[in-house]
Write a protein that binds this ligand. Structure first.
Ligand SMILES: [Zn+2]
Ligand SMILES: [Zn+2]
Ligand SMILES: [Zn+2]
Length: 259
């Protein structure tokens, strides 16, 4: 069954500001622990010949270099917030390497916003081949196939905003969430690995705080849960010492395996 295994790389585990934040002298921002350096939230999911990228952060190029990402066969978008999309232009390097357009999947609202934010990418005019990314946009609301595996979108709420998590096999990625709608719970059953939003200890109107994330992780019951979208209030080591067994903060460059 080895060929069915998933390899997940955490490209970024930080909140929208990144950690360290600009001009902050708190202990976590000044920490020398590499686990406390967090770029904006993103992962790759690899299986067989396929590499999926979830979101295109402002640090996409640096994340690809740091994690030896050499191919991107499809992009799954969780939502259109700036920390999840503004690295889109870096995808053109993969067009050059792969000599074909890259399919991008997301909700209608997400794809509409990409067209608005990046008009030069989607306008119909002749361009020098590597000047702009070549992307195709695909609305998703049901499970679909890429590279012989099923990708299941998981509807989530991020404040009042509908966003998507994604499940592949027994792995699920749910960032930017503070409510899991009733219909989405069955999509999270039987997980090996869950990556879940946990911003900080204080409450927030659109993200789970750590207590809420732990409570939801217990209810979901994945064998292992990692938390992401982490703000500078949470130091890696100190926070991990407080977490229950089977739960830990994710960190940039972390490699995770799942069935
Ligand atoms: Zn975000
Ligand atoms: Zn700080
Ligand atoms: Zn967001």
């Amino acid at each position: 069954m080895l060929e069915k295994a998933l390899k997940i790389i955490v490209l970024g585990s930080g909140t929208s500001h990144g950690v360290p934040m600009i001009a902050c002298d708190c202990p976590v921002c000044l920490s020398s622990d590499p686990h406390d350096k967090r770029t904006r939230p993103s992962i790759t999911i690899q299986y067989e010949q396929t590499t999926l990228l979830v979101d295109t952060t402002p640090e996409l190029r640096l994340q690809c270099l740091a994690n030896d990402v050499t191919r991107v066969h499809a992009v799954l978008y969780t939502h259109y917030h700036v920390d999840h999309v503004t690295g889109l232009d870096d995808l053109r390097r993969f067009n050059w390497l792969q000599e074909q357009p890259i399919p991008c999947y997301g909700q209608t609202a997400t794809l509409d916003r990409l067209r608005m934010m990046f008009p030069y990418v989607f306008e119909q005019e002749e361009k020098y081949p590597s000047a702009v990314p070549r992307l195709t946009l695909h609305v998703i609301d049901e499970p679909f196939q890429i590279g012989g595996r099923t990708i299941t979108p998981i509807p989530l709420l991020h404040g009042t905003m509908p966003v998507l998590g994604f499940r592949v096999g027994n792995f699920a990625y749910c960032t930017d969430v503070n409510e899991i709608p009733a219909d989405s719970w069955p999509l999270l059953e039987g997980l090996d690995v869950l990556i879940l939003d946990a911003l900080r200890k204080r409450p927030h109107p659109t993200h789970f705080n750590l207590d809420q994330a732990v409570a939801h992780a217990k209810k979901i019951g994945a064998k292992q849960t990692y938390f992401t979208h982490i703000a500078h209030e949470l130091g890696h080591d100190a926070t991990n010492r407080e977490l229950p067994d089977g739960m830990a903060l994710a960190y940039d460059t972390q490699v995770i395996h799942s069935s």
